[in-house]
Design a protein around this ligand. Sequence first.
Ligand code: NAD
Length: 358
Amino acid sequence: MNPFTFDQLPSRIVFSPAALTQVGAEVQRLGSERVMLVHDGMTADAADSVAQQLEARLALRWSDVAQHVPVELAERARAAASEHAIDAVVTIGGGSSTGLAKALALSHRMPIVAVPTTYAGSEQTTIYGLTGGQHKQTGKDPIVLPRVVVYDPELTLGLPPGVTGPSAFNALAHSVEALWAPGCNPITSALALEGVRAIAGSLPQTMAHPDDVVARGDLLYGAALSGMALGATAAGLHHKICHVLGGRFNLVHADAHSVILPHALAFNAPVLPQEMARLSEALGVPGQDPAGALWDLAAASNVPTRLADLKGSDGLLQRDQLPGAADAAAAEITVNPRPVTRDDLLGILERAFDGTRP
Ligand code: NAD
């Protein structure tokens, strides 16, 4: 077998229906006294429940959250955290809420308790991101890894289909790319393949019956594993393309994942025959092409499959915006199992723009 190293990330997971009721006790365990509660408009009810549990420990509520963590927003939240002498952050919401909590942890060196309500998986990684102008800057710091993650599938029952499907593809992308990303090893591959199995096995049922808490639980479990797989490896070709698209055009992050994943996978597939065979099995289609199977799953789940259908800050994405995105992606991608040129990247973007089945 190939020798490897694996850094296990120090984080506690509480996973259960109604786990939201345990957030107060988890904060108490950490010994935090002045908590900033971060949430967005869609998770305000859950935040109300946590506010009650925190009692006097709640020092500040913050509901100004935006995708990709704009620098100006992070600075405002950081100033408020300083003013209120905050010593911990509880975040309830998707990757945008978790992302703001990470920006706070980074500057104030304090712990995060995360309650994820989408499948983005950010709560399992040491990766943070901040966006200034058209560029999303990412980095890694162990302080931004939540010390406790409270997974409560009941919180995801109201997640609309238009968020559920693409967010599940965001999670799938973490696992799929972890199979070959820098830092991958037998342990990260085990996490990733189980993540793919759990997501592919539960996404169709979740889309058909959004209030099925068992399917939602399986999806959330798969998303947790996928976040762990991403957290223990590194972003590769697929994630770098999505970051460029997100930072440059302010596309909905999860939508970019569902569109790009089949095409990024198809590009790398020829040099990864063993990984593709294991991935096909995990997707439940042994012997078939996993890129095509992912596209089929996306189409069956009604998630976006064409870049041409995605809206950014300036309206629908246009084909003439692709060459600039390919240039930016080429500048960011340094490692890939198959050598990749700027023209290859443009090809991936163009195929994703048209959305044809790979
Ligand atoms: P998001 O947090 O913006 O949530 C998507 C939408 O779902 C929002 O409109 C939100 O209000 C809504 N929502 C969230 N929970 C809900 C609920 N329970 N019920 C109803 N609506 C709900 O987006 P996201 O896709 O979760 O996360 C995307 C962000 O996370 C991006 O900025 C991305 O870069 C980042 N991310 C970071 C990492 C990392 O490791 N650092 C990993 C994945 C994603």
